[in-house]
Design a protein around this ligand. Structure first.
Ligand code: FAD
Ligand code: NAD
Length: 488
């Protein structure tokens, strides 16, 4: 049998072996097709080495200490501060010491050919891979090419920023030392999580944000994270821009803010969003714009300016690069649907692209889930009140104090948190849920199931939360909404 790693023709060629590319490859191979995956850096992508895993490892020890300190006896047992070297060493393990041997072995066992190098589309269903030694290999796809090249940190237009050699998320996630003073530009998810992590590790953190913190989440959740960061000693300069950067001869960076204030720091972390990895992919030959996000249709086929699939529909984009949801779990959800769809098409089967169908990615629009690992955590699914109103839903907004739930009061003394459900008043179903508070992450999946299954609130009254758990928030929210009498 031919060695798949030496073949040049495959059913599917995937560019990018991040979590999304890996999952597309897995599904097409499980669907009976052959697949090659092209990777220019590490198999596993951003998430494994510079994003989800190492950043959550940086946050976890401090969260455990906080949880213990919220209880009188356990708090007594916690003495001293965090051992920074041990936190960084555990982070290194979670980043697999930046070695992809394990993930490359997994590809091999799964029967997926790994081609190392930079991939470019050089013709219809053709990808040319340039290795680090400059040699090229041409791969031909029989059915489809999938772009899963992810995204990189975007630098904001701050004068002379490049001269101060700022950190981006990669440098923060892989930091070898904890700077005494860290300035963060950007108050989104990366900025807020890294402010939480580095202040707990001992940095004096100053965060500058154009907007309120976490502008994508419900304002009450953003407010609680803002208050907690302030209480932890983080200096927040909100609704301001950094305009200029300069590093002096002693190594100190000086940032000028739009109101004229100056911020001094040892390092600057830029966390102002992402830019797609599409600059050098050969997209210009296909009438697409290099460096732009890749617009896709419901089947994740890349579409041109006319909204129609490029070519005869052989080119797909999944994960960060299509900008539908810049989250690993949503990218992998897209990958499962797309991999199955490519296999189904290749076997001459009909696709099921109706809402919630097997090959559809409906949850990207109706039930996006996210946990933000700040202190307190934020967990959200579906629409916020603002987004639901903007989308034209007639809604009821129901709020409840999480700290008033018996399970939360037991969980931590002085538990502070809040939950909100957004109800589609016409259908009486949940279309959004947000919770903020210590350890709310694991509350999220119950809400996700209610939103995706479109469970009526009448039925949710029969989902009895165990006593005394934090999940009793569901009962409290239903009570706050009031039991409605069915008129039919
Ligand atoms: C600091 C940070 C923390 C995050 N934390 C979380 C979190 O907790 N939970 C969560 O769900 N999401 C998180 N995210 C988002 C998550 O990292 C991304 O959504 C996810 O990595 C996207 O996966 P992907 O496969 O689309 O792209 P990537 O992970 O970026 O992988 C793309 C791969 O393609 C390769 N590639 C690119 N161009 C080429 C080319 N031309 N040829 C060959 N290979 C190429 C790259 O080297 C890379 O390996 C975080 C992001 C950041 C920045
Ligand atoms: N826990 C998680 O799920 C997690 C963790 C980290 C990152 N991520 C994902 O990674 C993606 C990238 O995160 P991010 O924080 O870089 O982006 P983001 O889009 O969440 O936030 C970027 C922030 O930077 C601000 N900004 C933009 N331009 C600016 C400028 N010139 N000056 C000052 N501020 C500016 C924006 O107003 C926004 O607040 C997000 O989409 C997020 O979903 C997820």
């Amino acid at each position: 049998m031919a060695n798949p790693s030496e073949s040049t023709t495959f059913d599917v060629v995937i560019i990018g072996a991040g979590p999304v590319g890996e999952n597309v490859a897995d599904r097409v191979v499980q669907g009976g097709l052959s697949a090659a995956i092209v990777e220019r850096e590490l198999v596993g992508g951003e998430c494994s080495y510079w994003a989800c895993m190492p950043t959550k490892a940086l946050l976890r020890d401090a969260a455990a200490v906080r949880a213990a300190r919220a209880l009188p006896a356990a708090g007594q047992a916690v003495t001293g501060g965090l051992e920074v070297a041990a936190v960084l060493a555990r982070r290194d393990r979670f980043a697999s010491n930046w070695s992809d041997t394990g993930q490359a072995e997994w590809l091999d066992q799964a029967g997926i050919a790994l081609v190392r190098g930079h991939g470019r589309i050089t013709g219809t269903r053709v990808v040319t891979v340039t290795g680090t030694d400059g040699t090229s290999r041409v791969l031909q796809a029989r059915h489809a090419v999938v772009i899963a090249t992810g995204s990189s940190a975007q630098l904001p237009p701050v004068l002379c920023l490049a001269d101060v050699a700022p950190w981006a998320s990669r440098e923060a996630a892989a930091a070898r030392t904890v700077p005494d003073r860290l300035a963060i530009i950007g108050g989104g998810v990366v900025g807020s999580e890294m402010a939480t992590a580095f202040s707990a590790l001992g940095s004096h953190v100053t965060l500058i944000s154009q907007t309120r913190l976490l502008p994508g989440v419900e304002p009450f959740a953003s407010d609680q994270v803002t208050a907690a960061l302030r209480a932890a000693g983080v200096s927040l300069h909100l609704k301001l821009d950094a305009t200029e950067a300069r590093r002096d001869t002693s190594g100190t960076v000086h940032l000028t803010l739009s109101d004229g204030r100056l911020v001094a720091a040892d390092e600057v972390l830029v966390a102002t969003g992402r830019t797609p990895n599409t600059k050098d992919l050969g997209l210009d030959h296909l009438g697409l714009t290099p460096g732009a996000w890749l617009p896709v249709d419901d089947a994740l086929a890349v579409v041109g300016d006319d909204g129609k699939p490029v070519g005869d529909g052989w080119l797909y984009a999944a994960g960060d690069v299509n900008k539908r949801a810049l989250l690993t779990h949503h990218g992998k959800y897209q990958a499962r649907a797309l991999g199955d769809a490519i296999a189904a098409r290749a076997h001459g089967q009909e696709l099921d692209l109706a809402a919630w169908g097997r090959h559809a990615v409906t949850a990207d629009e109706r039930a996006t889930t996210q946990v933000i690992f700040t202190d307190p955590e934020v967990a959200a699914v579906g629409l916020s009140a603002e987004a639901a109103s903007a989308a034209g839903f007639r809604i009821r907004v129901v709020d409840h104090d999480l700290g008033a739930v018996a399970g939360a009061a037991l969980h931590a003394d002085g538990y502070r948190g809040q939950a909100r459900m957004i109800v589609d008043a016409d259908r009486n179903v949940l279309i959004g849920f947000t919770a903020v508070g210590p350890d709310v992450a694991e509350l999220l999946h119950a809400a996700t199931i209610a939103v995706t299954a479109e469970v009526s609130l009448d039925r949710l009254w029969h989902a009895v939360p165990a006593y005394p758990t934090i999940s009793e928030i569901w009962l409290r929210l239903l009570e706050a909404d009031g039991r409605r009498t069915r008129l039919t």
